[in-house]
Design a protein around this ligand. Structure first.
Ligand code: ZN
Length: 283
């Protein structure tokens, strides 16, 4: 196995250095996005949940905030964060609504549009495993502000949240970002974490899922090669695999999903302005 130092590329180091000068981000709370909820001051790290799932808490004693993932199908209105420790409290916050555009995709491989009974069984089994992974809440605190793009993209293929139609049939909305990149390009862990899954899946192709702690889970799909094993601890910037077009993919790209409190959110919201610019093509 390669050492971490060999796996970290100069580009990643340059980006990491750049990030040190950046301010903490703020985002508008929308469906498919993130709400930042300020918690009452306390000496110990509070615990809170949203829609029954524990949420990520960041900060330093006595100042804390919850970083809450909002489901795509949540309407505009008032939401509630349930604080359980050190003192029970119910905190209201407001979200606004974003309409996500439609995307129509033509697939020639009809097994990817209407899978057989045997294929469906495999798909359901893999989906339930994926869901279990996304629901994990590990106590480690992720270095959220250090989040980086996992690959140097040539373009943004498909944004997060698109309402998807495969050969005219509506399927689940796009739960991640598609980063256009070349076949074989290296994919890096954008934050440190533990590998939960690393293998070939029916729709997702070569897949790696990483647990970064406190319910922040990320997934990388359509890989042509996987270079990490389940259970392995990864440092930020460690190479996890290579870009490919395995599974349900029309061409080489990296599908990148990010989940908070078991909710898939737009990964670009966790990037700083400089990193986000790389997605819009303003190099
Ligand atoms: Zn995708």
């Amino acid at each position: 196995m390669k050492t971490m130092a060999q796996n970290i590329k100069p580009l990643f180091l340059a980006l990491a250095a750049l990030n040190l000068s950046c301010q903490a981000w703020t985002v508008a709370p929308i469906n498919g996005g993130i709400a930042q909820v300020t918690l009452p001051d306390s000496d110990s790290r509070p615990q809170a949940s949203y829609l029954g799932h524990p949420v990520l808490i960041e900060g330093q004693s006595p100042h804390w905030q919850a970083i809450v993932g909002i489901p795509l199908d949540r309407p505009a209105g008032t939401e509630y964060l349930e604080v359980s420790s050190p003192q029970a409290a119910r905190l209201a916050f407001t979200i606004s609504h974003k309409d996500y555009p439609e995307q129509h995709i033509t697939l020639r491989n009809l097994h990817m549009v209407n899978p057989s009974a045997a294929e469906l069984q495999r798909i359901h089994q893999e989906l339930s495993e994926e869901r279990q992974d996304f629901a994990i809440f590990d106590g480690r605190t992720p270095a959220l502000a250090d989040m980086h793009l996992p690959v140097q993209p040539t373009a943004l293929d498909s944004a997060f949240g698109l309402r998807r139609f495969f050969n005219g049939e509506e399927r689940a909305p796009h739960s991640g970002l598609d980063l256009q990149a070349q076949e074989g390009q290296a994919v890096y862990a954008p934050l440190g974490g533990r590998v939960l899954l690393s293998r070939d899946l029916y729709f997702n192709g070569g897949t790696v899922i990483i647990d970064h702690g406190q319910g922040l889970i990320s997934m990388y799909c359509h890989l042509s090669r996987i270079e990490v094993a389940a259970g392995q601890n990864l440092a930020a910037g460690a190479e996890l695999g290579r870009v490919g077009h395995t599974g349900r993919a029309t061409g080489p790209h990296l599908h990148w999903s990010v989940s908070l409190n078991d909710v898939r959110i737009d990964p670009s919201l966790l990037l700083d302005a400089g990193q986000r610019q790389q997605l819009t093509g303003h190099h």
